[in-house]
Design a binder for this molecule. Structure first.
Ligand code: G
Ligand code: MN
Length: 258
């Protein structure tokens, strides 16, 4: 068997064995208060240890296993919303990364509706994170699905923004709540006129539409200062917190608000 076939077989068992778990990375507003935690899938392989999604996501997508796993992830996000409320952070949104296959799954919105009802998820407590390329793959369909998702009170963020070639005209009619600027644009933005111009135009376009702007992958104080100074509403990145298990992530949220 090839390495890939072997992984595909193991991934099937991994779900049944409960080897998947969620890590979390916070997003903070311009004054440093946490506003959201992005949930990130990790596979804890008994021998290999933690396996990052880049290694297994493509395999799961090819085999269709991404759909059941994606549903499990959505359920986990709902459960973790309650753990955040218990921990004293009811206003912190839990965001979930959604792959293209999952987003296009005709049963996805119904499944989400069921979860939102069962878990009584308040409006704005849950957020789907779609990549720019997922949204732009079939814009008409995306507009429809995103509208249905938002009707459930679930927010929508467009992530990895600024890398693909989105038509600005299409973006204009896509219903979303938040834009996350890709870390390739954010890297060195304070010292890079091209990146700075891209960031400024994303901020101006997003704010014109009433969307929040979050910068992903912030690693340097200089980047942070530039981003906040140029209108970004929030930041995320290793400078503030790395992805971590729930309990460790709670510490990175800081003291509870008074
Ligand atoms: O594509 P998406 O943004 O969902 O990817 C999230 C991944 O990005 C996480 O698994 C995390 O390891 C990585 N990441 C998060 N913050 C940073 C950062 O500041 N720098 C870099 N290089 N990677 C980051
Ligand atoms: Mn993401």
């Amino acid at each position: 068997m090839s390495e890939r076939d072997e992984l595909a077989t193991r991934l099937g068992e991994a779900m049944d064995n409960g080897e998947f778990e969620m890590f979390f990375q916070p997003e903070y507003n311009a004054v440093g208060a946490p506003i959201a935690v992005e949930s990130l899938l990790r596979w804890r392989h008994p021998e290999r240890g933690l396996v990052p999604p880049v290694v297994f996501l493509a395999i799961l997508e090819d085999s269709g296993q991404i759909l059941p796993l994606g549903r499990w992830v959505l359920g986990e996000a709902c459960a973790y919303h309650f753990r955040l409320v218990e921990a004293g952070w009811p206003g912190v949104t839990v965001s979930v990364n959604m792959s293209t296959a999952q987003f296009e799954d005709p049963g996805m919105v119904d499944y989400l509706r069921k979860l939102v009802g069962e878990f009584k998820i308040p409006a704005g407590a849950l957020e789907l994170e779609l990549s720019e390329s997922t949204v732009m793959a079939e814009p008409d369909r995306s507009v429809r699905i995103m509208g249905a998702v938002r009707e459930l009170g679930v927010s929508v963020a467009i992530a990895e923004f600024g890398t693909g070639y989105s038509s600005l005209a299409t973006l204009h009619r896509v219903p979303a709540d938040k834009i996350k600027i890709d870390r390739s644009v954010v890297r060195g933005v304070h010292a890079n006129p091209d990146g700075a111009a891209i960031c400024r135009s994303i901020v101006s376009m997003a704010h014109g539409k009433g969307l929040q702007v979050i910068a992903e992958g912030v690693e340097m104080h200089e980047e942070h200062a530039w981003l906040v100074g140029n209108g970004c509403d929030g930041v995320q990145g290793y400078l503030f917190a790395r992805p971590a298990p729930f309990e460790a992530m709670l510490k990175a949220l800081g003291p509870l608000p008074a």
